[in-house]
Design a protein around this ligand. Structure first.
Ligand SMILES: *[C@@H]1O[C@H](CO)[C@@H](O)[C@H](O)[C@H]1NC(C)=O
Ligand SMILES: *[C@@H]1O[C@H](CO)[C@@H](O)[C@H](O)[C@H]1NC(C)=O
Ligand SMILES: *[C@@H]1O[C@H](CO)[C@@H](O)[C@H](O)[C@H]1NC(C)=O
Ligand SMILES: *[C@@H]1O[C@H](CO)[C@@H](O)[C@H](O)[C@H]1NC(C)=O
Ligand SMILES: *[C@@H]1O[C@H](CO)[C@@H](O)[C@H](O)[C@H]1NC(C)=O
Ligand SMILES: *[C@@H]1O[C@H](CO)[C@@H](O)[C@H](O)[C@H]1NC(C)=O
Length: 516
């Protein structure tokens, strides 16, 4: 794991090899499975919220009420140095493969509905690995990892059952999404077959009910893996009146509806947890909750006091809400706030490890087994983290650069090395936007040289990315750029094909689905 080797000497320069090394080899993963353990393999429930912002859970001081998430996380481990990717497909791809986008060729943008592409099939998914370890595996909700060919469909990527939609977002009520100007088309399937009878039912009710059904029908002779990928609180901002009505004091309409969606999601999580308890599965269940990226401020999300939002490489785009909890038999550092560096790619080896599975047959992983970090507060094996390198993103800055010869800083990239974060190119909009209901706080935009393309922050001291150190610490910038160049040398070329007119749902019975 962490197979892309970084020269020790570079890390030494940054004073990063002092902490005791937790090797993430096979022996360690055996130790970690012994650490959680009951006689049985644990059930694993992974709940992924869509576009949930950093400021949008009660326990981060939000006006939005999330009593279930607050309570579950209070009795588990809150991850407060936890990172995801700035948008949907990239986070989902790393969760499913434990591999960075630069190693899957998907470092640019996301999977658009009419692109003939998908999560590469050359490495197994988390569901494949858990199934191999004896689990029954279920997907509920959003896929967004490609669907143009049958081989990319969830039931061919390790899931015994799947129920949900294939694209990035859709109407919460009629489950359709537009194709160009041709109208809106259904995207809802159960095990690959269109589901035609759910028009008018809100996605959060629908997916929660499906998850409860999966839990109720579960055959206990096997452990359960449930990947519950809600569409909420992603736009469109459609929410039943009863939830919106709880936020009449929020004047901003988007924020009010979004708050309703979050509280509804919280209730869905309560229902799902209750079903696990009713079925006597809870004691042996590990439950993980995570967002897929930062909140989208244009649709009511908020990441204050972090800088930037969804799509950007600023902390507001990538620092995620997340926690781990579980039933009585799961050994966890309960009631703790974990400030060790962790990334969405770490779930793959971590969960395959606790499942007693094997990591054979995967391509080299970028994730680390974090179970000991979560269960016995061992130091994180993760010393650095690549946020991304996107060679197709529009370059920013001058051709002739200060750091030429090391790394082309016009290219959009960001990396975390220890406490430092370096950003290059155009990281996206870096405004600080307070939640609309906090009438006293002002939006702040930094006026910066339009050619500026290199920033260095000490994230531990300056999580809001206010104090750029790049001029003061050019040697640190250079060291990290050298690391970035080494990592870049392991990248595969990005694959971002043109849209294919054959994707048009009109050619396939008026429903989004595989076309090749
Ligand atoms: C589905 O709902 C959306 C609003 O989210 C609307 O724009 C669209 O026209 C509706 N489509 C159908 C087929 O009812
Ligand atoms: C949760 O369960 C209650 C009781 O069955 C139900 O009334 C409510 O609609 C459910 N909420 C969600 C979000 O599924
Ligand atoms: C769950 O664990 C607790 C504490 O060990 C125990 O009291 C309870 O009976 C267990 N529940 C089930 C369903 O096994
Ligand atoms: C990996 O190991 C499992 C048993 O642990 C085995 O069933 C599977 O075939 C192996 N896969 C590969 C690709 O070697
Ligand atoms: C990354 O590596 C590729 C392939 O070796 C190279 O073409 C590109 O210039 C490198 N990018 C940067 C920003 O240095
Ligand atoms: C960044 O976003 C803010 C708020 O939406 C907007 O006012 C500003 O113009 C944006 N800045 C840039 C450079 O796009």
């Amino acid at each position: 794991m962490g197979n892309y080797f970084l020269p020790q000497v570079l890390l030494l320069v940054l004073g990063l090899v002092a902490q005791s090394h937790v090797s993430a080899d096979k022996a360690d993963s055996e130790a970690s499975s012994a650490n959680y353990r009951t006689q049985r393999k644990p059930n694993i429930v992974f709940i992924l919220a869509d576009d949930l912002g950093f400021h949008d859970v009660g326990y981060h001081g939000s006006r939005i009420r999330t009593p279930t998430l607050d309570k579950l996380s209070e009795n588990g481990v809150r991850l407060e140095n936890y990172y995801v990717q700035p948008i949907c497909s990239p986070t989902r791809s790393q969760l499913m493969t434990g591999r960075y986008q630069i190693h899957n060729g998907i470092q640019h943008s996301l999977f658009w509905d009419d692109q003939p592409t998908g999560l590469p099939t050359d490495s197994p998914t988390l569901a494949d690995k858990l199934r191999e370890a004896g689990y029954s595996t279920h997907l509920v909700g959003k896929w967004h990892l490609g669907f143009y060919k049958q081989e990319y469909m969830p039931n061919n990527r390790g899931f015994d059952t799947s129920y949900g939609f294939l694209g990035g977002h859709e109407s919460h009520y009629n489950h359709t999404r537009a194709y160009k100007s041709k109208g809106s088309f259904l995207d809802l399937r159960c095990d690959g077959e269109p589901v035609l009878d759910q028009n008018g039912r809100h996605s959060t009710y629908m997916y929660t009910q499906r998850a409860v059904d999966v839990i109720s029908a579960h055959d206990k002779s096997k452990p359960l893996f449930l990947y519950m990928a809600y569409q909420a609180p992603h736009n469109p901002l459609e929410v039943p009146e009863a939830y919106e009505a709880q936020y009449q004091d929020i004047k901003d309409k988007n924020r009010r509806k979004y708050a309703g969606l979050v509280t509804m999601l919280d209730e869905g999580v309560a229902n799902l947890t209750r079903a696990l308890k009713t079925m006597n599965l809870w004691n042996d269940t590990i439950l993980i909750f995570s967002t897929d990226n930062g909140g989208q401020v244009r649709y009511g999300g908020n990441n204050y006091p972090l800088r930037g939002w969804k799509f950007s490489l600023w902390e507001g785009g990538v620092r995620g809400v997340g926690f781990v909890t579980g039933g009585d038999n799961i050994r966890l550092g309960r009631g703790t706030v974990n400030k060790q560096l962790m990334h969405v790619s770490d779930w793959f080896p971590t969960l395959v490890g606790v499942a007693g599975g094997s990591l054979n047959g995967t391509k080299p992983l970028d994730g680390y087994d974090q179970w000991r970090t979560l269960s016995v507060a061992a130091p994180t094996p993760r010393k650095w983290l690549l946020h991304n390198i996107d060679p197709l993103f529009k370059k920013k800055g001058k051709e002739k650069q200060k750091y030429a010869g090391i790394f082309d800083t016009r290219v959009r990239a960001a990396i975390r090395v220890g406490e430092y974060k370096l950003l290059t190119g155009n990281p996206g909009n870096g405004t600080w936007i307070p939640p609309p209901e906090s009438n006293t706080l002002q939006t702040e935009q930094k006026t910066e040289n339009s050619k500026k393309n290199t920033w260095l922050f000490n994230i531990k001291n300056d999580p809001e990315e206010r104090n750029d150190l790049s001029e003061k610490k050019p040697e640190v910038v250079k060291s990290i750029l050298r690391i970035l160049a080494k990592i870049n040398a392991t990248a595969v070329p990005p694959f971002f094909p043109k849209s294919d007119p054959l994707a048009n749902p009109e050619l396939h019975g008026g429903i989004w689905g595989p076309w090749e």
